[in-house]
Design a protein around this ligand. Structure first.
Ligand code: ADP
Length: 451
């Protein structure tokens, strides 16, 4: 018997590169895999990669990848003993974690209670500020006079955010009291339609912060380690486009403080499995923003600097094993950068471009890693995430990593759809990026796109 076979069969409740990523770890561990797919994904790579695959419904996510009952039915039918949610879709739906457990399967992720607690930005901000983790000044009061008084006391600008928010949706910046009411209404409307929950709150808006996040890992016994930080400031529409590890401006003292705060966050919510604590950083200070209770897109850069397989770790911890590594065994070595290759036109406000891939050649050679779900003839379904590949480079220094990424971007050929590849090449040649001077509005600067 294979000693890594903690489960016999894992169902992956997701699609695209992340479904394949999870199945790869399972295969290395001798665990069988079950794919689920929608009518739009009949020819998708994750379906071919899995040992078994089941059609679960129509293309629209509510009819397939978000259909909990159908996914549980398939898990039962296939005889799976655990379910990995990937990211997106059901990954941060507290009820799914609960339903998986109730149906007798292991959920490879945190408990229903933890996901619910961290799914509310208001609830988690309150709990973490009570635990002594720094947060930006904020208020849950959205009544006009109180909201205005709050904004005046801390100074404009402020930002209205959805408590149930995700994917950068439902945020409105307020620069003066005249804009307040409309901003609150707008965020509430967007939040109600996107998340089914109109609750919003207001916090101080930082003009040009960095987004720095800490990877944490916890086991069922309550032990928590961190796996260093990731710098994720290069974003479009509040969504990440490039991530790197470690953060180029990190100092040992700042890292000590931020990682300890992240561990406090994980302990405060009885965290279990892989999670990410997100902070905004400004001028020497950092503030807890939220925790993502799942594996993230950018976990790959953490894997590249630590040499660890985080999905394997997730599976072990979910099976009730202790953390496989102690804190002093987790070492940051070298530097890694990830470029998200999206089927989008960077010169036209990142408009999605769902076409057919007519030519495809991926880069290779030293220090290059690709996680992708595309091939020649693949038609990108319009209803899902536009990310079609993640290109990662790793080398011993940041400078070498950028040079390696530039070289890989030159090798990468994707024809048939517009992609973010040319923009990534421009960024890798941008003097400010090379100097590590990035912030969350970096992509809005006109000179960035010149190459
Ligand atoms: P979501 O859950 O929708 O991703 P987050 O709270 O994680 O929302 O914020 C996403 C991004 O929005 C951040 O990385 C940052 O760029 C921007 N942002 C959020 N809150 C603030 C703030 N108070 N000041 C400045 N930028 C912010």
């Amino acid at each position: 018997m294979n000693k890594d076979r903690y489960f016999d069969k894992v169902l992956v409740a997701n699609r695209g590169e992340i479904a394949i990523r999870v199945m790869r770890a399972c295969r290395e561990m001798g665990i069988e895999t079950v794919a689920v797919y929608s009518e739009a994904d009949a020819n998708a790579l994750h379906v071919k990669y899995a040992d078994e695959a089941f059609l679960i419904g129509a293309a629209h996510p509510t009819k397939s990848y978000l259909n909990m009952d159908r996914i549980l039915e398939v898990a039962d039918m296939a005889g799976a003993d655990a379910i990995h949610p990937g990211y997106g879709f059901l990954a941060e739906k507290a009820a799914f974690s609960g339903a998986v457990k109730k149906a007798g399967f292991t959920f490879i992720g945190p408990s229903e209670k933890t996901i619910a607690m961290m799914g509310s930005k208001i609830g988690s901000k309150q709990a973490m500020s009570d635990a002594g983790v720094p947060v930006l000044p904020w208020t849950r009061s959205t009544e006009h006079d109180e909201a205005k008084a709050f904004a005046e006391s801390i100074g404009y600008p402020v930002i209205v955010k959805a408590s149930a928010g995700g994917g950068g949706i439902g945020m409105t910046i307020v620069r003066s009291s005249a804009e307040m009411d409309e901003a609150i209404e707008k965020s509430m409307r967007t939040a109600a339609s996107a998340f089914g929950d109109p609750t919003v709150f207001i916090e101080k808006y930082l003009e040009n912060p960095r987004h720095i996040e800490v990877q944490v890992f916890a086991d069922s016994k309550g032990d928590v380690v961190h796996m260093f930080e990731r710098e994720c400031s290069i974003q479009r529409r509040h969504q990440k486009l490039i991530e790197e590890a470690p953060c180029p401006i990190m100092t040992p003292e700042l890292r000590e403080r931020m990682t300890q705060s992240a561990i406090t966050v994980a302990k405060t919510c009885n965290y279990e499995n892989a999670g990410t604590v997100e902070f905004l950083y400004d001028n020497g200070n950092y503030y807890f923003m939220e925790m993502n209770t799942r594996l993230q897109v950018e976990h790959t850069v953490t894997e590249l600097i630590t040499g660890m397989d985080m999905v394997r770790m997730q599976i072990k911890v979910a099976a009730g094993e202790p953390l496989p590594y102690a804190q002093d065994q987790i070492i940051c070595r070298g530097h890694a950068i990830e470029c998200r290759v999206n089927a989008e036109d960077p010169m036209n406000n990142f408009a999605a471009d769902a076409g057919k891939i007519t030519r495809y050649r991926s880069p290779g050679g030293p220090g290059i890693r690709i996680d992708s779900c595309i091939h020649v003839g693949y038609a990108i379904p319009p209803l899902y995430d536009s990310m079609i590949a993640k290109l990662c480079a790793r080398a011993m220094t940041r400078e070498e990593t950028i040079a390696r990424m530039r070289r890989a971007l030159m090798e990468y050929v994707i024809l048939g759809v517009k992609t973010t590849l040319p923009l990534h090449y421009a960024i890798m040649n941008n003097p400010e990026f090379i100097a590590g001077n990035t912030h969350t509005h970096f992509l809005e600067e006109p000179e960035v796109k010149k190459h």
